[in-house]
Design a protein around this ligand. Sequence first.
Ligand code: ADP
Ligand code: MG
Length: 722
Amino acid sequence: MDPRDPITSTRGVGPVLERRLTAAGCRRVLDLLAHLPLRYEDRRTLGRLPGADHRATESAAPGPLTVVAQLESVRRVFGRRRFSRVEAVACDGAARVGVVWFNRPYLAQQLEEGVPYLLHGPLRRRGGDGPWQLSNPSVERISGGEPNGGPFDGGGVRPVYGRIGEVPPSRVARLAGDAIRGLRDTSGPDWIEEWLPCEERIRHGLPRLAQALTEVHSPSGEASIEDLNARRSPAHARLAYGEFLLQQLQLAAARRQRRRSGKPHRYRADRVAWAAASRLVPFRLTGAQERVLGEIADDLARNEPMLRLVQGDVGSGKTVLAALSCLMAARSGLQSALMAPTELLAEQHFTSLARLLGSHMTIALVTSSQCAASDDGSVSRPESTEERIAAGRIDLVVGTHALIQERTRFARLGLAVIDEQHRFGVVQRQSLARKGLRPDLLVMTATPIPRSLALTVYGDLDVSVLDELPPGRRPIETRVTTDGRMEETVEEVRRRLESGGRAYVVFPLIDGGEGVATGLPSLKEFGPRWARALAAPHGVVHGRLRRQERDETMSRFAAGSIQVLLATTVIEVGVDVPEATAMVILGAERFGLAQLHQLRGRIGRGTDPALGDPLCVAITGDSSAEAKRRLEAFAATTDGFRIAEEDMRQRGPGEILGTRQAGLPQFRFGDLARDWRWLVAARQDASGVLDRLAGPGNDALRRQLERRIPGLMSPEEGSPRP
Ligand code: ADP
Ligand code: MG
């Protein structure tokens, strides 16, 4: 028997079961084994049923009990409504104890009286101090000393599985056990080819692949039940590390290939030219901006395409860096594209770029409705913006990812800037590559990710960090209060409005009629109250307004004819109004840490001391521990990196990276939060392993890698194979 054999070679898989397993993507024996147990039950010690006067169990650790017992008086009991339960009495020769099962009516037919069963489950006193009862135990028939036909060893450590499609957990358990036994019996203990390099495996003290798969599906008892359940056993680590190493090798290989292939365009820019360009902007660059600009300049000068991520908190001045890079491209006769996640943000970029460097290069905005050009606006010219881009007469094109990628043809694209705000440009990168374009890529993100995590997950990106805000920014004070303190908040905000500031009031919902009653404050319901209380001209923006109306309100807010903006999170990204010094966030428990931080980034962007100190008030009606922890973390710091670390601690890195949307690889065995150290190890090992790949003894690993080139971690590719 071979792990790559069809699933039918496993004992007990007939046509019906085969159909069900295949429908769930389980075609080969190996696919079955890639379904790891969800948890493990410790049945190593057989216990005894407690007698009527039994007290010992009460004081002993309240773990589940494993006993061999016969069943009596099995019956189905009907309760209120349509609920029913199955009850029985278990007897181990010395004591009798009641047993109850919920939601398993079929047991009433299946269970036989007078034969031995292995029962495993929690032992409780009915109603707290009544007679002992086993509740919802797992139950297995023991016939001839063997439960389910397998050799009975007193129970051992039992894996508990999830369903595979329509195949129930107990069936999956039996199949996995049979598969492991079958493989071991026919091919010996090393039944699957080892592809992990010996050096790394030994250095990390990891078991061989066959041993690891055997151990997770039929634990030998060597690993502790806690480690198994936490998926931290050496066997689990082996699977996770192996998976991570393959991914990191792939990234490292792609990077080397990129290095080798070079890029088709050249920049005519030396240090002097960059320095001269940076004197064109109306302020002095911060030290961090200078440093990152130097890193970008070095990248562009290289023969290989740049792939650089710039992380910088909101307001750290990323746009200037993008603008200067695009200018250097223009001066080298190359076009650039700046891609934003929303049209609103694209328009803002267009406006601020035109203001910054519009007199030094030609900038065009591509939107779904119209095209505009910054230079002369000559409507009479018959040529459309798109034609001018295609002819190479536009230096910088600004738009959304979708618009630029779908509509725009460039004459000679040299540089693409992706302003992700929240996400990474993995998907965008791939779609550009598919169009045959290989520009230098600059990805900007305002959601800082712990640097090491970014490096590791995106092993092929270089990372720059803007860890300094432009001078003159006032620290934002953040308060968390409950619903009842409105007057105090109103007072504080009004003071800021009177000194010429502007305020945002952010609501989690537009109106209360969205689905079920949420108890959250909605804009429709509470907006008018806040408008009255703040007693200043106000406007309303939310996602259901027409864009034109929204934009008009936004510009009036920016100009100052509106001082209060009642809004939903549409203002979350990019909106830049320097006079905004106050923000009230209602239903704050509803927002994630990163989102709260992003919202708060809308205020305190100006440097005029007359405006006073910026204030953010998060109002919450919920005091759940989790919400409280989140809001406390939010109030404690305005440092985006610390927020990101905290967010990662609370939600795990998968959430932070927005896994699915961002096109991140999905891992089958490894988990970014749990197996973080193994990912770091794999990242560190990858380059060395790649150097030795062509050498002897790595045939199996080479085959693994070659198979993975078409896609990332789809189950087919991710599965180990001989
Ligand atoms: P980000 O995109 O990183 O959130 P922006 O590039 O929009 O930040 O910059 C925020 C504001 O700070 C803008 O108004 C910009 O003109 C200004 N700014 C950027 N760099 C500096 C600097 N070195 N000195 C002063 N103001 C700056
Ligand atoms: Mg920005």
